[in-house]
Write a protein that binds this ligand. Structure first.
Ligand SMILES: O=C(O)CCC(=O)C(=O)O
Length: 251
């Protein structure tokens, strides 16, 4: 990662990292992803399910995705991008699929990731890795530049019409990132406060991606109810010192 890429992320709240993963490795990851996604639940109960399908926590059971998410170089990149943090932990890994066609998935409404989180600070980012080519028309992510500097703007996906642009029309004054044509192995990285979304998949093959979310290793648990952390025995006002959240990198 170059100094320019780090500066771009600080300024805009997102950055494109071309060729984060080389072609041979990404082909292997894509084959594994297709196997898992075939067996995923197809329920469309929530507004998120209507935007994309998921296989959450994939790195807990799959060695290849584990190696990538917990790669020390990835951790160092996340630590560097999050400016001022001493290290990072993995919050979640995920395989995402956006199916094309009339009975496929819809758009991903513009939202922030952080408002759901049980962490006491917002230093958190997601690496979104294209597992196959994702031309813009297949729904690569778009970002409101600089929106990460406007604080916590509230939850989306709780009811129809709660996307960030409806809640905060002033966001349209910010520049929208250009449509990105990603090749397999390219990644975008976005801050958890950056308002982002994606169009529906207008291609004819599924949009496939792997995501890993890193957060400040010094963040404290707030006790906010959250499916992933409920019942783990985490202590309110203490760090996430639990086998589910190992520290990946210390600066
Ligand atoms: O892939 C998408 O359409 C949305 C993913 C997303 O919002 C995220 O990874 O934070």
């Amino acid at each position: 990662m170059t100094d320019h890429e780090v500066e771009f992320f600080k300024e805009n709240g997102w950055v494109l990292l071309p060729r984060l993963v080389g072609p041979g490795r990404v082909d292997g990851l894509r084959d594994r992803a297709l196997g898992y996604l075939r067996t995923r639940s197809r329920e469309r109960a929530t507004l998120v399910d209507q935007a994309f399908g998921q296989s959450r926590d994939i790195a807990e059971s799959d060695e290849a995705f584990h190696d990538l998410a917990f790669d020390a170089a990835m951790g160092r990149c996340a630590t560097r991008l999050l400016h001022g943090v001493r290290g990072v932990r993995v919050q979640v890994t995920n395989l995402l699929i956006k199916e094309p066609g009339d009975d496929g998935h819809g758009a991903t409404e513009f939202h922030q990731d952080f408002p759901w989180m049980p962490m006491d600070r917002s230093a958190m980012l997601t690496v979104w890795l294209a597992l196959a080519d994702v031309p813009a028309g297949m729904g690569s992510l778009r970002f409101y530049n600089g929106s990460h500097r406007h604080g916590v703007l509230g939850r989306s996906f709780t009811r129809d019409g709660d996307d960030q642009l409806t809640q905060h029309p002033w966001l349209k004054e910010l520049e929208l990132s250009p449509p990105l044509d990603l090749r397999a192995g390219d990644a975008t990285v976005h801050h958890a406060l950056t308002v982002h979304g994606a169009g529906a998949n207008r291609g004819d093959t599924p949009r496939l991606s792997f995501t890993v979310t890193y957060f400040d290793a010094d963040a404290l648990y707030t006790g906010t109810p959250y499916k992933q952390t409920d019942g783990l025995g985490l202590q309110v006002n203490a760090p996430f010192d639990h086998p589910r959240f190992p520290v990946v990198s210390h600066a």
